[in-house]
Design a protein around this ligand. Structure first.
Ligand code: ATP
Length: 457
């Protein structure tokens, strides 16, 4: 994928209502984005597909929606107050702030340093100025709860969603009478005061995670880890991401998080960035439940009735970013091709096709009357009414039909339904396929079944 694809897709995303800069009329709020009318459909579809694969279609995983604000002790137990830091350096001249590890990596130097030590030959990439020593910077957003703003009322916006699952381990297990192994899944916002956000929605300060924690007997942790690794990779491939754009990367011992026994990233080949993390699969051992047990004083063990044994389950985590996934799907689906439709008004040479998987496409069916004449309008609106309670549809009657097909190809709509004058007589419509451009005549009475076979719901 050419390096300028990201820039093209950023412009396209704005133009076609996928993603806007947050607070744009005030000059924008750095690294915060708003999803437009089509973007919210895409992102909701990503989350829906994840929930379907992780909860709806499994016997062993249940859902949860825990609060963003949590007891501050949570973050002491999790190690975030102490250790959720990035090493940063400031430029003494232009005052710009940099991630120290990123600067070293860019120079081909392994970022294996302790805070305070800095290689003076590495200077500010912007102005060449001298950089300060390395400091640790905590990435958690702080706020206050209640009327008094003092240390006692200070809390955090959660930097990850999984802690809500650990804290509810017993609530979920006991209320649902679950036996090990089982998983708990949740989707929700997380906040990190990233030092160097950027690359569009790849790294933002407010984002959404789709996380699942699978609780197992310690002896099963290794096999379960291998199972989830494959499952998560398959999920991205089944939803259409090209295989050669995805790979696993194993974390080396040095970079493993303090809690992790083993970790793999699923990486996507982002244009202009190369392979970067899309999702993670982590073997967290018994760290989380043991720590929360220690800090809360509440026992967080599993009692196995059959074996009459009590133990702390181990946890295999799958952690995906809804925004990073939506971006990867968008980039991977974006294609520019030679003009292929609407040649009658073809002043253009290139056309954009968004080859999104049908489950992810924001609009599933577009209904297009060939003319604005009253009887066609009426029939088209009736056809649309019959479809809209099952799928997200769009009605478009303006411009040449070729242009309207192109507009739908650009936003990834898998099927267009065209109503022409013959439709009034024979009660048939033409269904056009986005990818093959093949057209089929279908009885209006059978349209729903026809689309159901193609789209599902
Ligand atoms: P990175 O190394 O890119 O900072 P991470 O290893 O800190 O990511 P995790 O803590 O494992 O990421 O978070 C799980 C997932 O959440 C990531 O794989 C990613 O999809 C998403 N994610 C993490 N940080 C961000 C962010 N700042 N913006 C958007 N998505 C993010």
């Amino acid at each position: 994928m050419p390096a300028d694809t990201l820039e093209k897709v950023v412009n396209f995303a704005k133009r076609r209502g996928f993603v806007f800069q947050s607070s744009e009329i005030y000059g924008g709020l750095s690294s915060c984005y708003d999803y437009g009318p089509l973007g919210v459909e895409l992102k909701n579809n990503v989350k829906k597909a994840w929930w379907k694969a992780m909860v709806r279609e499994r016997n062993d995983v249940v859902g949860l929606d825990s609060a963003i604000l949590m007891h501050p002790k949570t973050w002491e137990a999790s190690g975030h107050v102490e250790g959720f830091t990035d090493p940063l350096v400031d430029c003494k001249k232009c005052k710009k702030r940099w991630r120290a590890d990123h600067l070293l990596e860019a120079k081909g130097i392994k970022p294996d340093f302790r805070p305070g030590e800095w290689d003076k030959s590495v200077t500010c990439p912007d102005c060449g100025g001298e950089l300060t020593d390395v400091r640790k910077f905590n990435l958690m957003f702080k706020t206050f709860m209640g009327a008094v703003e003092d240390e006692a009322s200070q809390i955090y916006l959660r930097p990850e969603t999984c802690q809500g699952i650990y804290l509810n381990f017993l609530n979920v297990q006991q209320s649902m009478r679950l036996k090990l192994p089982f998983g708990v899944a949740q989707i929700g916002k997380a906040f990190r005061n990233e030092i160097t956000p950027g690359h569009f929605t790849f790294r933002t300060r407010e984002f959404e995670q789709m996380e699942q924690q699978y609780f197992v007997h310690p002896s099963e942790a290794k096999n379960t880890f291998a199972m989830w690794k494959e499952e998560r990779m398959k999920w991205y491939q089944n939803l259409g991401i090209k295989k050669e754009k995805l790979r696993f990367r194993e974390h080396q011992e040095k970079e493993l998080a303090h809690y992790a026994k083993a970790a793999f990233d699923i990486e996507y080949d982002y244009p202009g960035m190369g392979f970067k993390e899309l999702a993670g699969i982590h073997n967290r051992g018994d760290w989380d439940l043991s720590r929360h047990e220690e800090f809360s004083g509440q026992e967080l063990k599993y009692f196995d009735q059959e074996k009459n044994a009590k133990y702390t389950p181990h946890i295999i985590e799958t952690s995906d970013g809804a925004d990073r996934a939506a971006l990867a799907f968008l980039l991977d689906a974006y294609e520019e091709v030679e003009a292929r439709s609407g040649k009658e008004d073809a002043k253009h040479e290139k056309e954009i096709i968004l080859r999104l998987h049908k489950d992810l496409a924001p609009i599933k069916v577009a209904v297009l009357p060939l003319s604005k004449k009253e009887p066609l309008q009426k029939l088209s609106k009736e056809v649309r009414s019959g479809l809209r309670n099952t799928w997200m549809t769009q009605y478009d009657e303006t411009g040449a039909i070729g242009k309207r097909y192109r507009r739908q190809d650009e936003i990834g709509t898998p099927y267009c339904v065209t109503i022409d004058f013959e439709s009034l007589e024979d009660k048939q419509v033409t269904v056009r396929d986005r990818d093959t451009m093949e057209q089929e005549r279908v009885e209006i009475g059978e349209l729903k079944d026809y689309l159901d076979k193609k789209l599902g719901n």
